[in-house]
Design a protein around this ligand. Structure first.
Ligand code: XBP
Ligand code: MG
Length: 237
């Protein structure tokens, strides 16, 4: 039986990646790194989950001879902290709305006795900046950023949330927006609903129980139906 919904954040609760991209570029300008990630570059870089990991990946691509020592790691940590500060200022206080259907579905889920949780790659500070305190409080557990050693597409953050909820994957549904997110949730054994974004429209979502433009038409009875279908078919395999 379905007992909990586990939401991804970036691209799922809200369409945040444009704000992330702008914050990265402002941070690069502030430290005079001379980098600028346009939409096409950033869309490709989103295949690397985690802002710090994304910066390191780009750095190795553009300056492969740069030593990967502590100097690079310290600079990345410093740049990412600046980026996070800038991102928080861009999304705090409700500046960025939730995606269509998200708040209604959250309220409907809670009213029907489902539990809510978050499993995200972004930092806990970014989650707190994006969601007003009253909204954040609706999520029983928040798995975010460096809470786990391996970011998506590794299943770690979903496994952490399941342990915190003390629920098996079969009692939950994940809601995601990206191929990395789907890989992570599926590796944790979770049936997964996908809501695409402009950044993830061309991703391979094989293995999702549904692929949607957004949650605008999704109801709790429909999620229960999809969950039952997925769980019954898993039991048969
Ligand atoms: C998406 C990510 C994050 C954001 C940037 O997270 O991969 O890295 O792009 O945020 P989600 P940080 O799992 O919510 O889709 O710079 O804080 O990593
Ligand atoms: Mg996402």
């Amino acid at each position: 039986m379905l007992e909990a919904l586990i939401f991804d954040v970036d691209g799922t609760l809200a369409d945040t990646e444009a704000a992330h991209r702008a914050a990265f570029n402002e941070a690069f300008a502030e430290v005079r790194l001379g980098w600028y990630w346009d939409n096409a570059v950033y869309t490709r870089l989103l295949s690397v989950s985690g802002g710090k990991e994304r910066i390191a990946h780009h750095w190795r691509m553009v300056e492969p001879d740069v030593a990967n020592g502590t100097a690079m790691k310290d600079t990345i940590d410093r740049v990412h902290a600046i980026k996070t500060r800038i991102y928080e200022s861009r999304v705090s206080g409700g500046q960025l709305p939730l995606r269509p259907g998200v708040l209604r579905l959250m309220r409907e889920a809670l009213a029907s006795g489902l539990r809510l949780a978050i499993a995200t790659t972004t930092t806990p500070e970014n989650v707190s900046a994006l969601l007003a305190p009253g909204l954040l409080a609706l999520f029983e557990k928040v798995g975010a950023g460096d809470t786990v050693p391996n970011k998506k597409p590794a299943p770690d953050v979903y496994q952490w949330v399941l342990a915190q909820l003390a629920l098996p994957a079969a009692a939950c549904l994940a809601i995601e927006d990206s191929a990395n997110g789907l890989k992570a949730s599926r590796a944790a054994g979770l049936a997964t609903v996908i809501t695409r974004t402009a950044y993830t429209d061309d991703h391979d979502f094989s293995g999702a129980i549904a692929q949607l433009p957004d949650l605008g038409l999704v109801t709790v009875p429909l999620l229960r139906h999809w969950h039952e279908q997925a769980y019954d078919s898993d039991k048969k395999t």
